[in-house]
Design a protein around this ligand. Structure first.
Ligand code: NAD
Length: 449
């Protein structure tokens, strides 16, 4: 589905008119294009006094990606990104200088630029002032996300206590959040939980040799996930109900994958998946639980079927499939599971108690199953999209759809590719140290959460 308003205010005569009338003009987001620069300009790295060695290490990392790295704010420079390193900040006072330095260059930040704080989670702090400094960082980022313009975003990369800045997933998270792959991730935190993970040989094909299965892949977000995983090197099995068979075959052909017509709530769903991947590929590395349905009703009007069908597809099936696949011997080394949650499960949406239950349940599921996956050398995470332009949201009444797509910091709906990029990142070797997390891809939705 296209966002006609955003297209109009960004092209030709209507762009000038919108400017004159002072109408809101959602920016065209900087999305990943093969061969495009990772960041749209030089990168400024600043830090508090205690975090100097970590800032040096991260600056080295950025130099290794051929970026133009500056350690001092030259106000005449148009930076493409600012990285604020606060990993060792011992008290809230330490935050002021580096953040104000970052702020001093924000007016000149390139369109589609990035602000990224690298800090630690509050849980491992050994003193109250350190815990306060750490807890302040997400608050800063949530506010700054709302101040960014021109499609620029602000996010925080958080490290658990025993994760050094040299860990593979710190580099992986840094690269993802700086790149156009995170175009619709704004005002969020991404936590690196362990030192697991590896740096890929080829950053453009991190999934080379991996076998992925995507449910609900005949259209919408699922189809786009299949395309992005294939672009990143994976062999992809696409799954959808028999009624969607035509679309499913189209997607399978497009990604040079295989199609499996299957209702994921069927009793024999796992057995059929295991048989399919075993005969075609020998094993399975990555499962994306994307299939989902809505049956919106106020709880006062909710019929039992509307409740149970949504819970069955969106939550019970991913729970059962994951448990049964883990118990089978079909999963390869370092298996990855990524589930689709939703901001409805975080902030709540009127008329969606059933859907919100299923999506909040997914967040609980990935948290609870993270140790099981860790035990196998793998990870399980969720992505929580906000308003994404798909058939599902096209069914919303016009007025609520128009409101829903504007009430976020980027003033527009996301594209299926934005969700797919986040999933491909969580499935990649460089995200092996991110486990049990839910990453929101919502343009910093302002309602609810
Ligand atoms: P969609 O309705 O366009 O596609 C969903 C696909 O899942 C369809 O192809 C459908 O046939 C398939 N499916 C449904 N039940 C199935 C079953 N029992 N077995 C196998 N396949 C089944 O939806 P979408 O907008 O692409 O959403 C994809 C996922 O993202 C869903 O989990 C949805 O809840 C989630 N999500 C979407 C949005 C959004 O704004 N579109 C926001 C938040 C979360």
């Amino acid at each position: 589905m296209t966002d006609t308003y955003t297209n109009l205010v960004n092209s030709g005569f209507t762009k000038t008119l919108a400017k004159r009338l002072g109408l809101p003009r959602p920016a065209v987001l900087r999305r990943h294009r093969p061969g495009a620069p990772l960041v749209p300009g030089p990168v400024l790295v600043v830090n508090d006094d205690a975090s100097g060695p970590d800032a040096d290490a991260l600056a080295e990392q950025l130099l290794g990606w051929d970026l133009d790295v500056h350690r001092h704010a030259g106000h005449e420079t148009r930076f493409g990104a600012v990285v604020v390193v606060l990993t060792e900040a011992a008290d809230p006072q330490a935050l002021g200088e580096p953040l104000l330095t970052a702020g001093s260059v924000l007016r000149g930040l390139a369109p589609g630029g990035r602000v990224l704080t690298v800090a630690r989670t509050a849980t491992g702090a050994t003193s109250a002032p350190a815990a306060a400094a750490r807890a302040a960082v997400p608050g800063i980022i949530r506010s700054l996300g709302k101040e960014m313009r021109g499609g620029a975003t602000a996010n925080a990369l958080l490290l658990e206590a025993d994760v050094p800045v040299g860990a593979p997933s710190v580099a992986g998270g840094l690269r993802f959040l700086l790149s156009g792959r995170s175009a619709y991730v704004d005002g969020q935190t991404l936590t690196v939980t362990t030192t697991d993970g590896t740096t890929p040989d080829d950053w453009d094909r991190p999934l080379d040799g991996r076998v992925a299965l995507v449910t609900g892949a005949a259209r919408g977000i699922g189809a786009q996930i299949a395309r992005v995983l294939a672009r990143d090197g994976a062999q992809v099995v696409v799954v959808d109900v028999p009624a969607a068979g035509e679309g499913l075959s189209r997607v399978a052909n497009e990604v040079r994958g295989t199609a499996l017509q299957l209702d994921i709530t069927a009793e024999d769903a796992t057995a059929r998946i295991v048989e399919h991947v075993r005969t075609r590929y020998g094993h399975l590395d990555l499962v994306v639980h994307n299939a989902g349905i809505t049956r919106d009703k106020l709880l006062a009007n909710m019929k039992p079927d509307a409740w149970s069908s949504v819970l069955a597809v969106n939550l019970a099936a991913p729970l059962r499939l994951t448990t049964e696949l883990l118990a089978s011997d079909v999963l390869g080394e370092h298996p990855r599971v990524v589930c689709l949650a939703s901001t409805s499960g975080i902030g709540g949406t009127r008329g969606q108690t059933n859907y919100a239950a299923s999506k909040a349940g997914i967040i609980g599921m990935v948290h609870a199953m993270a140790p099981d996956l860790h035990g196998t050398g793998g990870t399980i995470n969720a992505v929580a999209p906000g308003f994404i332009e798909t058939d599902m949201t096209a069914r919303m009444p016009f007025a609520s759809r128009e409101v829903a797509r504007r009430i976020n910091s980027l003033q527009q709906g996301g594209q299926p590719v934005d969700v797919a990029e986040a999933i491909a990142f969580l499935a990649s070797p460089q995200a092996g140290g991110v486990n049990g997390q839910t990453l929101r891809v919502c343009g910093q939705l302002m309602v609810g959460a």
